[in-house]
Design a protein around this ligand. Structure first.
Ligand code: GTP
Ligand code: MG
Length: 148
């Protein structure tokens, strides 16, 4: 089953949005397979955002993501990579539709509350970067047959 990496960024943790975000993913029907609250080293942040290394905001991005604890998760489900991105909304909360996480809770692009992998390749890379294999829990949920 498809998996994706989702992270509540430091602003989301500070604002008490972990529960709201986890709840939205649970209610959608996705299955949580790993989660941890953690502080982020500069090394991990730089690896995670390596694709943005040349961007003018790279330093700011690394400063921000290491500025406080994050809540890292792996979610599983049919088409969960694209589905999670839809639930998050556009990168800039100013463009994100109401009903999306960024649209409902964010204002500025620098502090946009949540991260989600943007492709199957990113999902695999990011899950392996943030979690060890033993941290991913395989289990059956009886409700899954009602979700599809
Ligand atoms: P992530 O899920 O965090 O990767 O967001 P995204 O995939 O929607 O956007 P992208 O990967 O293009 O950018 C990564 C992150 O960089 C964004 O989530 C923003 O927090 C940040 N970012 C993007 N553009 C800007 C910018 O112009 N200024 C600042 N300060 N941050 C930016
Ligand atoms: Mg991205």
């Amino acid at each position: 089953m498809e998996k994706t990496f989702v992270m509540v960024k430091p602003d989301g943790v500070q604002r008490g949005l972990i529960g709201e975000i986890v709840s939205r993913f649970e209610k959608k029907g996705y299955q949580l397979v790993a989660a941890k609250l953690m502080s982020v080293s500069r090394e991990l942040a730089e690896k995670h955002y390596a694709e943005h290394k040349e961007k003018p905001f790279f330093g700011e991005l690394v400063d921000f993501i290491t500025s406080g604890p994050v809540f890292a998760m792996v979610w599983q489900g049919q088409n969960v990579i694209a589905g999670a991105r839809q639930m998050m909304g556009k990168t800039n909360p100013a463009d994100a539709a109401p009903g999306t996480i960024r649209g409902d809770f964010g204002i500025s692009v620098g502090m946009n509350i949540i991260h989600g992998s943007d492709s199957p390749e990113s999902a695999e890379r990011e899950i392996n970067l943030w979690f060890g294999e033993q941290e991913l829990i395989t289990y059956d949920k009886t409700i899954n047959k009602w979700i599809g």
